[in-house]
Ligand binder design. Structure first.
Ligand SMILES: Nc1ncnc2c1ncn2[C@@H]1O[C@H](COP(=O)(O)OP(=O)(O)OP(=O)(O)O)[C@@H](O)[C@H]1O
Length: 368
């Protein structure tokens, strides 16, 4: 797990809360430290406490006890509880919650009036541009698609000039095609507006595509946390997500092979061939390699249909004696990839840390 030193650029969330409903009690207990830059995803099944965690961070749950610090600013300790409006948070919910009687421009103007700082014209233009909603200004919400509504909702949240953006399943109400419309805007946000984003989701696909850091909740407890690969490429990932174990790679397209409709992506001195989906040379891409799509070989199997074979050394073997499979980390040049293989194969091939190995990658998903 990535150890983050407590600095002015971290968020410390170390608190508990009990919610009572009749004879039912739900207890949430978190002890997390995560960066105050980039997207931190909060992943978990329904009822695991994701929204409750966000509500505590937003100051909407008054009975939370413990410590919440954002950089140098304390929002909660045993003496203080900063009220919600002073926390300067922007929200995006599952449903866009736009004012139906106002057009897009009216909805945005409403946010500007509530802004924590004066909104300069240039910032307004930047937000509209980033979400690509300039042509929708005169439309009323009922004239917008679900994806357009969410883009307006994100713009509205940004125009409040928040210190933190909280997104509670912003894509959950959209069909798959609309999700794909909105995802690139979300992916671009962090680079443009440099504010911490807390992003709640059920979807590991969304999390792998967007997040740099992840907190996984189960029944009100944090069961895994850390950088995206610290969680997704390790046995830290809880059992319900085991099939999703993956390596997330930030790569760049460096070459096109028009004949075979392929592109070459480079990461840390390693290369992978991918299907050409019109990615321009130079484009930054996030790739996901599911661990069960990686097999291992003691030699370079040139006479194989697998195009991507990366030479490396075994950096680690994580065995779960209750499972038929294990995770093998292959150290590449300045990087690594994780393979999920059977324990029997590890035994048959006498695989050991330090051995030379070829990772054969059957499929690579391009996430962004
Ligand atoms: N005000 C409340 N009083 C009592 N129990 C509550 C209250 N709010 C939430 N709960 C309970 O707390 C648990 C966690 O709810 P929460 O909404 O945080 O989960 P979630 O992970 O966001 O779920 P989902 O993905 O379904 O939105 C649930 O069992 C819920 O019933």
């Amino acid at each position: 797990m990535t150890q983050i030193n407590s600095t002015s650029s971290t968020i410390i969330a170390n608190f508990q809360i009990s919610l009572h409903s009749g004879s039912q009690v739900f207890e949430l207990s978190v002890n997390s430290e995560f960066p105050s830059t980039g997207i931190t995803a909060i992943l978990g099944e329904s009822g695991s406490g994701k929204t409750t965690l966000l509500r505590c961070i937003a100051g909407l749950e008054k009975s939370a006890k413990g410590l919440l610090k954002v950089g140098e600013t304390t929002w909660l300790d045993d003496k203080h509880c900063v009220p919600t409006y002073e926390r300067e948070i922007g929200y995006v919910f599952q449903d866009a919650r736009l004012f139906e009687h106002l057009n897009v421009q009216g909805n945005l103007q409403f946010a500007i009036k509530r802004s924590h700082e004066k909104v300069q014209k240039a910032f307004y233009a930047e937000v509209i541009n980033a979400l690509d909603i300039g042509h929708l200004m005169q439309h009323k919400p009922d004239q917008l698609s679900g994806g357009e509504k969410q883009r307006v909702a994100i713009a509205r949240a940004l125009l409040v000039k928040p210190k933190m953006l909280i997104m509670d399943e912003p894509l959950a109400s959209l069909d798959n095609a609309r999700k794909q419309d909105v995802l690139p805007y979300l992916a671009a946000l962090q680079n443009m507006f440099h504010l911490p984003v807390l992003y709640v989701s059920h979807s590991t696909d969304e999390v792998c595509r967007l997040a740099d850091h992840v907190i996984v909740l189960h029944q009100g407890k944090v069961v895994a946390q850390g950088g995206i690969n610290d969680v997704f490429a390790s046995t830290q990932l809880p059992h319900i997500y085991k099939q999703e174990t993956s390596t997330i790679i930030k790569a760049k397209i460096i070459e096109k092979d028009e004949r075979w409709h392929l592109v070459k992506a480079e990461f840390d001195g390693n290369t992978l061939w991918l299907q050409d989906h019109n990615q321009a040379i130079g484009k930054a891409v996030r790739l996901r390699i599911i661990a069960s799509d990686v097999s291992l070989s003691l030699q370079d199997e040139k006479e194989s249909t697998i195009l991507n074979r990366l030479e490396g050394r075994i950096g680690g073997i994580e065995i779960d004696k209750k499972s038929a499979t294990a995770l093998v980390t292959v150290d590449l040049m300045n990087s690594e990839v994780v393979a999920q293989v059977t324990r029997k194969s590890i035994d048959d091939l006498f695989l050991m840390v330090g051995m030379k190995i070829w990772a054969q990658i059957k499929s690579v998903a391009i996430l962004a």
